[in-house]
Design a protein around this ligand. Sequence first.
Ligand code: AMP
Ligand code: MG
Length: 270
Amino acid sequence: MANDRKRWRVEPGRLDLERVDPASTAGAPGDKATTMAQLPALSERLADLQGRLWAEGQRSLLVVLQALDAAGKDGTVKHVFSGLNPMGVHAVAFQQPGDEELAHDFLWRVHREAPRRGQVGIFNRSHYEDVLVVRVRDLVPPKVWRSRYRTIRHFEQGLVSEGTTVVKIFLHISREEQARRFRQRLADPAKRWKFSAADLEVRTKWDDYMAAYHDAISKTAEPDAPWYVVPADRKWYRNWAVSRILIETLEELDPQYPPEAPGLDQLVIE
Ligand code: AMP
Ligand code: MG
């Protein structure tokens, strides 16, 4: 079985974001055209595995997508997951918390969106925002966000023990590529709505965000709730890499169709 995902997997205690080149295409099956030509087959394979997970109805997969603005979270959801059966998918985008959410612990709104058995859950942003943007923008005291790494590890461990496979993916783009995409966004009426002036604040605090990501990833990269750092300057490579990670994860789970009811082969449909 191919093991491409190892390349992006963060080994606990060993993460150096600065050494990951966001423009890397390492391990790709070929150039852009060759790699893109493989995506439809990967999409089909993913759909088949998801169909089995859904039919089995016992376990679930949670995919956490984290990244800075314009790194491609939305694009990844759209391109990588579009072949799946929507019945078995639960996709959520976590926005700035409202009053009711803020009145609870930070996991309250997250846990209720966890996928049910058989489902693939997609978190576009997640509980990690509570140690990322919340830390950089000083929204709670350091003592509070520092305690959250442990809370997150325990929370994810709980999901895993109850049958959810947890996969966390950081889409890593460069500052230059983000600038290019922001400019494109502003120029394109179909993308302009995604731009908010607040996004520019992220650029002025780039190093703070990188430090926050470094800590978040390295403090929560657990053997059974792994992080993958995917170079994301090139969308075709990003889509290929995320597809490979998900396929290999599901292949390892090896979901099975439920056993058929006895006597089915005797039935005659008239
Ligand atoms: P977008 O993903 O572009 O729709 O933007 C969502 C915004 O909500 C981003 O600016 C996030 O940083 C922000 N956000 C998400 N979760 C939280 C959180 N827990 N606390 C503060 N801001 C958050
Ligand atoms: Mg945004």
